[in-house]
Design a protein around this ligand. Structure first.
Ligand SMILES: Cc1ncc(COP(=O)(O)O)c(C=O)c1O
Length: 437
């Protein structure tokens, strides 16, 4: 008996006897020691032995015969048990870059709101929220979308999910595996993985300086184009109105859809935020997806999707039976965070901070000889062209700025221009970055 073992004593006794029975060391009808005898031998209480015996009886290894004791009941073939399975050791997660600077997350506000929600809602928090998410959160997002993105969407047609990737998967099921999806090339690496694993039919669509090429959508017979017009990852292209119109008219000629992935539209460095395509879609062709991964933190795992009336009905009929994947506690806390004005304040602080970091990173990188910088007016990343980037890569990395070859984001890396890199400063901390020079 091992008192230091993490398992309770009764469980250790149960396991020892069970393994003797399964391995054939104890045979059918063999008598077990009496509870008192075993408790004395092991220096444990009779109750502990009784608990072990009860478990063995419940699982059919042992039977109790009135007034004569306990006997082995199991008579199967001896089983070779795994030798002392190692106790799993907790390995800390390897440190990874967060996607948002950690300095400004409003921990005290979040804690206060969570406490308020628990006190105010009480046991109501234990009830599942509707499949599409808590109405309070959907209403808060509806208000935010109207103020920030010019989107006028009733709360009922906003669905809450656990990250944009949750919706990428869901959209395969909503639109159907028979549909042919078109994804941006280069693009976000998870998209091809998700469409492939989801069994969807998909094609890579090339980009030019205006974003996804509309003529390839016709050529490749695409039914649903997955685009990020506000700020493309990784090239940083902001899709101009002319290309938006072309893609919109492609969608309007037939049963076609646009998946507008607005993942970091909040971060724009000059001029007004670019309007969402969803806000000027009169024909119900655009599906809008956005996330709190960039604006709050990637660990929050909350995202939302806006659907047209027709698609919403289809979603309700076919997928509305799924439980909402986001815990009610977080949904209500986020609802309060948005409706009490903290979210927009937080975005403004994040923008100011990223603007300063961006200037520092741009200043730092432009000091290297023969570096060209592209598309730096939106989002938390931009592209550079540099012949000898090793020094830039290692120096930036020391300060939380990732520099990765652009070719990594292409389906065929040979299609990428030489010496191009993506500079991502979403994880840089300001003070730390200040000492770069
Ligand atoms: C292009 C793009 N879309 C979406 C996301 C966010 O995904 P999620 O909401 O699943 O965290 C990211 C995050 O890095 C991204 O780069």
């Amino acid at each position: 008996m091992n008192n230091k073992n993490a398992k309770p004593l009764y469980e250790q006794i149960y396991e020892d006897i069970r393994s003797d029975i399964l391995s054939g060391r104890m045979k059918k009808d063999e008598r077990l020691p009496s509870k008192r005898a075993l408790s004395e031998r092991l220096s444990v209480s009779v109750i502990t032995v009784e608990n072990a015996y009860s478990q063995l009886i419940a699982e059919g290894y042992v039977r109790a015969a009135e007034r004569s004791g306990y006997f082995v009941q199991y008579s199967g073939e001896p089983v070779k048990l795994p030798e002392n399975a190692p106790v799993p050791v907790y390995e800390p997660e390897p440190e990874s870059f967060p996607d948002v600077g950690t300095e400004i997350f409003p921990f005290s506000v979040w804690t206060r709101l969570m406490r308020t929600v628990i006190l105010e809602k009480g046991s109501a928090l234990l009830k599942p929220t509707p499949s599409g998410g808590a109405m309070e959160l959907r209403a808060a997002i509806s208000g935010y979308l109207y103020r920030a993105r010019g989107i006028c969407q009733p709360p009922e047609r906003i669905i809450i999910g656990a990250g944009s990737e949750y919706f990428y998967d869901m959209l395969i099921r909503l639109l159907g595996r028979d549909k042919r999806f078109g994804i941006e090339d280069p693009g976000f690496y998870k998209l091809s993985k998700i469409y492939r694993l989801g069994g969807a039919n998909f094609e890579y669509i090339s980009l030019d300086e205006s974003g996804m090429k509309a003529d390839e959508l016709y050529e490749k017979n695409i039914d649903a184009a997955h685009i990020s017009p506000a700020h493309h990852f990784p090239t940083g292209v902001v899709m101009p109105i002319s290309r938006r119109r072309e893609i919109m008219s492609w969608a309007e000629t037939g049963e076609r859809f646009i998946i507008e992935d607005d993942y970091d539209s909040e971060f724009r460095w000059s001029g007004r935020p670019v309007r969402a395509m969803f806000s000027s879609d009169g024909s119900g062709r655009v599906i809008y997806v956005n996330t709190f991964s960039k604006t709050i933190a990637p660990s929050v795992r909350i995202s939302y999707m806006c659907l047209s009336e027709e698609l919403y009905e289809k979603w309700r009929e076919t997928l509305g039976f799924y439980a909402c994947p986001v815990p009610s506690f977080e949904q209500y806390t986020l609802a309060r965070f948005i409706s009490d004005g903290y979210f927009e304040r937080h975005i403004n602080r994040a923008k100011k901070r990223f603007r300063r970091i961006r200037e520092q990173v741009l200043g730092f990188i432009s000091e290297f000889p023969d570096v060209r910088i592209f598309e730096e007016n939106a989002g938390l990343h931009f592209i550079i062209e540099a012949e000898n980037a090793e020094q830039i890569v290692s120096k930036c990395l020391e300060h939380g700025v990732r520099v990765t070859p652009l070719k990594n984001y292409y389906s065929d890396p040979s299609k990428c221009g030489q010496n191009r890199y993506v500079v991502n400063y979403s994880a840089a901390n300001e003070n730390e970055f200040g000492i770069i020079k």
